[in-house]
Design a protein around this ligand. Sequence first.
Ligand code: ANZ
Ligand code: ZN
Length: 819
Amino acid sequence: ADSYDPRAVQEKWQARWAEMDPYRAEESDDDPRERRYALDMFPYPSGDLHMGHAEAFAIGDVVARYWFQRGYNVLHPIGWDSFGLPAENAAIKRNEHPAKWTYANIETQAASFRRYAPSFDWSRRLHTSDPEYYKWTQWLFLRFYERGLAYRKGGQVNWCPNDQTVLANEQVVGGHCERCGALVERRTLTQWYFRITEYADRLLEDMKQLEGKWPERVLVMQRNWIGRSTGADVDFVIEGRKEPVTVFTTRPDTLYGATFFVVAADAPLADEICAPEQRAEFEAYREQVSRESEIDRLSTEREKTGVFLGRYAINPVNGERIPIWASDYVLAEYGHGAIMAVPAHDQRDLDFARKFGLPVRVVVDTGEEDPAVTGVATPGDGRLINSGPLNGLNKAEAIKKIIQILEEKGLGKAAVNYRLRDWLVSRQRFWGCPIPIIHCPSCGEVPVPDEDLPVTLPDNLRGADLAPKGTSPLAAATDWVNVSCPKCGGAAKRDSDTMDTFVDSSWYYFRYCSPDYTEGPFDVEQVRKWMPVDQYTGGVEHAILHLLYSRFFTKVLHDMGMVDFTEPFTRLLNQGQVILNGKAMSKSTGNLVDLGEQIAEHGVDVVRLAMLFSGPPEDDIDWADVSPGAMTKFLGRVHRIAAETAAPVGADPATGDVALRRVTHRTIDEVTTLVEAYRFNVAIARIMELVSATRRAIDSGPGAADPAVREAAETIAVLLSLFAPYTAEEAWELLGRQAPVAKAGWPSADPALLVEEEVTCVVQVAGKVRDRLQVSPSISEEELERLALASEKVTAALGGAGIRKVIVRAPKIVNIVPA
Ligand code: ANZ
Ligand code: ZN
């Protein structure tokens, strides 16, 4: 009887659902339902879907399906993030165009999605590599350009020698390329940037809207990435230089303790001011520094290195002459690329001072031992000493006072600094969105006119044409790159770089609101109705990059008057990873489970349920620990209950067994709360309990013809439809109901059935009834024993005798046998 095979019903329902198309979002205002937007991070089409996708999309689908059941007008779209390097690498290897590999993989994934059956509105499908989409990526680039938010500048950039392209700072992890792991080099190149730093304050400030709705750790990561520091800019005169040099410090209170000055070895300033007699040494050092990663440079563990530049700076408050050094621990691109060094109170400065024999002067008495002796800097609070007008003040008072003094004398001012840098968006690769700019020898940078968009990629390049050469492969496509200038008509060249694919993914969720719109990137009216996204589900690997960029785009669109909100994603859920045997899955080590094989073996419902039942959605799932067999059995029990249910459709449940009805309604109540709190694993456990109770009611209770059994069976089907859609649909049909179960409507719990009933428990001592307790029918044996032993009447009956044995039959009898 338990021979239900969840795989057997998949094809039947997949075809029927495709016909019914039940998950269309309704655009019309005639639809009175409240709108909800459930968004999943869209996939990159690298091969077929994998276990990670299966988990993420199962989680996102629970939320969307719950909203469908609650009667909302739900937008739950799907698309593909389809530009990117892997397609290009595959094309080079196979001597093809990247589009071929890309769109073939998209079809494979789409077919797998159809089988996996998330509640998508397929009519809104988009691909970022379609000209209909990237036309608007280019349009947005041009709007950014007009607003001064897209600009080109020369400077030091991260260069991946393997991928032969630049990388954003965000794409360098521990000094290595995020994609291929190669050691990243620094190169001086002219590149396109988005001025995200202009939004640093708002990106921080608006996080208030996300408190309690986004995972705290994501907010912390964003905050740290933006890295706001407050302090002061202080101007130091350099002997023999007209312009003073500004330094940023978070500790202007320690200004009297500055005993030397350090310039980033790779900053132009170091090169400019280096004295002739120090030049050879400096240049050798600078060469060494150019090969170091930023992480290494900032490490406090490393031994300090540097060279004296043969020049001196003047401390603006006490006129002291301090030597100027070049070192790698000061970064060219942070603050002003130069610092005042206060070795007594900053550990890196102290390490440097001790290495090169520079003086250490304590200016804040923290009560700790002399840093010059201990080698340990004292960054804490204390009383200011050796500091003229600051003497006697504490740190906060001294900071305030010195800023006031500096501002009065025009020697400095309060300042805020950010770790965040502008976003480098140009890539020297083919398979990306072309930058819609033309370079004209007479007019300079000329935007491609809107009416000429999209600038499409050439489709005649193959294999070796796409190989990385250090410049974009597009530069070599002469037919494509040579154009006439839109302004003067003269010979000009297209910009041959393409955009970082994170640009494509920064606005796709707007496009879903009106995917076929031809008048702009999106229909502002539709966006106003659907957005912000109510629930965004995806991996924590996007905690910084994608989410920060999307937040930035939204704010720019807000400033352009195109949207009326400033944060795109109201709630964020980061699912854990699917691992195996305690380790990340990986092709190269063979530690891998194939989703297709799992589905072929167990069926979609079992895979989904196993994912969702294994733990809270945020936790990692070790596939070695899950039990698909148990899920198959459970689904079999659901199926059998539906098949055996004998009360007719519409039978009045009020005439049914009250005990089972209580379990049913308690389950509805609890599952509702649990789903809303994303505790899907516990919700499934509750449904399992209801299944057991229903089984008992059929076998040894009121029987299959009781209307309460039908009520329970229908409830099981609807609740289960969030987690195991195929079996739920099949059960629904067996119960004589009309598909789709997904829109059956969420049941509501009858409050009258939620009130805990009580039963009387008889407590006996040596076979004689001594007390009667009113208890819950579901009380545990332990709890009941505790209550019985606490009874005064029992204590009196025992009369000081010990206890030999307690026999508990919850909830009705406790029998105490005295010693
Ligand atoms: C003097 C001083 C005294 C500092 C002291 C700290 C403690 P955050 O918090 O990260 O913003 N600094 C400034 N520009 C730098 C650069 N380009 N590369 C490396 N270090 C730089 O750090 C600001 C502090 O880091 C600044 O405050 C400066 O050192 C250093 F007891 O100035 B401080
Ligand atoms: Zn021109």
